[in-house]
Design a protein around this ligand. Structure first.
Ligand code: FAD
Length: 340
């Protein structure tokens, strides 16, 4: 936004297809959409929504969100994905909520810090990762978070509120952020060792990593862009840890980036003793098709858009799995996917 005095009307785009903002590549036309670049712009967007009686819906990269086929006219969709900031502080790194999580893994690659490796190729923004405690095998966002910073959607005039780790009420893919009208605008992340960079060098490194146009929400672009970063680092003589290569092998093996999807649809129910993918397999539901959507034939907990899927095709499959799992295993699986 070049204008020195951005207004709500300048910040807000009209009649924009939401399919371009979701890794599902599904979603009808939003009447109102805003991508604020700064916290000042975010404030203008929130105040404008209030004045105009719009219902704001926050998203990041749309990698865990199923947008509706026909969004309500009075909804304002807004994402912080254009707000990217980082600052090296003593013993910690401040990162804004719109920053792609995978950038942190790349920061770790260039600085020898391995604690962000689990975020490599984990689609999505840090704000959403903090919100839902994004997890990869035994590592999760709560392991690296020191303090989250939020703005209350309903009371932006209160400014930025710090939420220390102890106040985040983290559990398995759950947090206080899911129960409050809060926007995660940034977080201080723990640095287990000194990255041996000055704050200016850190800023330059992140600027270099994100300068090449952030990929869209299309998964093949996302994968190509960030997997390619490993080759660039290797050519410059940086050691690419085996953990990062293992992520490529694991996610590639599960065809994570071959078809539009939002990754796992359901949370695991640990009292059952088997992950959701296995339960869906046991029910013989892999490969089930509704319209353009299909339960992956490689992984039972992923529903893919195999071409022209509608949100209703995905929700039909969600309901089918819930009904069959309840009938066979006695519980209704809880979606991890945010269905708008
Ligand atoms: C191929 C693939 C693989 C995946 N693998 C994993 C995995 O291994 N582990 C895992 O945990 N997830 C995984 N996911 C899901 C997804 O990557 C995570 O849920 C991620 O945290 C979503 O980030 P996002 O920015 O895309 O969120 P969005 O989908 O845009 O939003 C998701 C939710 O977060 C909320 N939100 C977004 N930004 C903020 C913010 N700044 N403050 C507060 N709330 C916010 C939204 O309101 C919404 O409710 C995968 C997805 C895909 C497509």
């Amino acid at each position: 936004m070049n204008s020195q005095n951005p207004t709500f009307d300048l910040l807000c785009r009209n009649h924009v297809g939401l399919d371009a903002f979701s890794t599902y590549e599904i979603g009808g036309e939003a009447r109102h959409l805003a991508l604020p670049h700064t916290l000042e712009e975010l404030k203008i967007v929130l105040e404008g929504a209030k004045t105009k009686g719009l219902n704001p819906f926050l998203f990041g990269m749309g990698s865990n969100t199923l947008f509706p086929d026909r969004p309500d006219e009075d909804m304002l969709f807004f994402s912080l994905k254009e707000h990217i900031e980082f600052k090296l502080l003593p013993g910690r790194l401040f990162v804004s909520g719109g920053t792609p999580m995978t950038l942190l893994a790349l920061f770790g690659l260039y600085t020898g810090i391995s604690s962000f490796d689990f975020m490599f190729l984990l689609p999505g923004t840090l704000g959403a990762g903090v919100y839902m405690n994004a997890k990869y095998f035994s590592h999760q966002v709560s392991d690296v978070l020191e303090t989250a910073y939020v703005i209350d959607k309903e009371h932006p005039e209160q400014g930025i509120i710090p939420v220390p780790l102890a106040g985040c009420e983290y559990g398995y893919k759950t947090s206080i952020f899911m129960r409050k009208p809060w926007i995660v605008v940034g977080a201080d992340l723990k640095l287990p060792v000194d990255p041996k960079l000055t704050p200016d060098e850190t800023e330059a490194l992140f600027a270099k990593l994100q300068a090449k146009n952030l990929p869209s929400s299309m998964l093949p672009d996302y994968y190509r862009h960030y997997a390619g970063e490993l080759n660039i680092a290797a050519k410059q003589g940086f050691e690419v840890r085996q953990e990062l290569l293992d992520v490529i092998a694991d996610r590639g093996g599960k065809l994570h980036f071959d078809y539009p999807s939002c990754g796992s649809v359901f949370k695991n129910n640990y009292t059952i003793g088997e992950p959701m993918g296995k339960l869906v397999d046991r029910l013989g539901l892999r490969g089930t098709v509704r319209g353009g959507a299909m339960i992956s034939d490689h992984h039972g907990n992923i529903i893919q858009n195999r071409g022209g899927a509608k949100a209703s095709d995905v929700t039909d499959l969600v309901k089918l799995v819930q009904e069959k799992v309840e009938a066979e295993f006695g519980f209704v699986p809880e979606p991890e996917l945010v269905i708008v």
